[in-house]
Design a protein around this ligand. Structure first.
Ligand SMILES: [Zn+2]
Length: 107
């Protein structure tokens, strides 16, 4: 079985964390955009029909899901994400350039 070096594992874990964070921001963006495009978003939410819509939408489009609850994505969250993503990209490129320290794949 091929071993994965610690740097690779750390990079992979960081990438998965970035994916989760990006998905949460995308889900909030979709929620805001969907309500903004509706005739009367406020009453859609109040009536409970929006929750129903979100549930159905998320079943049909699991890879384009809408956040079930409203949460403001603060600017600093987006900025921190961009900073972390740029750092991750630098580290990943560096590791690819330097070569992996993992033991040679024997397969
Ligand atoms: Zn590696």
């Amino acid at each position: 079985m091929a071993e994965t070096c610690k740097t690779c594992r750390d990079l992979l874990a960081a990438a998965l964390d970035l994916c989760v964070r990006a998905r949460k921001m995308d889900e909030q963006d979709r929620r805001v955009a969907t309500l903004a495009a509706s005739v009367d978003g406020a009453s859609w939410v109040e009536s409970g029909r929006f929750d129903e819509y979100v549930r159905r939408h998320n079943i049909h489009y699991p890879d384009r899901s809408i956040a079930p609850k409203s949460a403001t994505i603060h600017l600093w969250v987006q900025e921190q994400y961009d900073t972390d993503l740029a750092a991750w990209e630098r580290n990943a490129r560096h590791h690819l350039t330097q070569g992996c320290n993992s033991p040679k794949d024997t397969k």
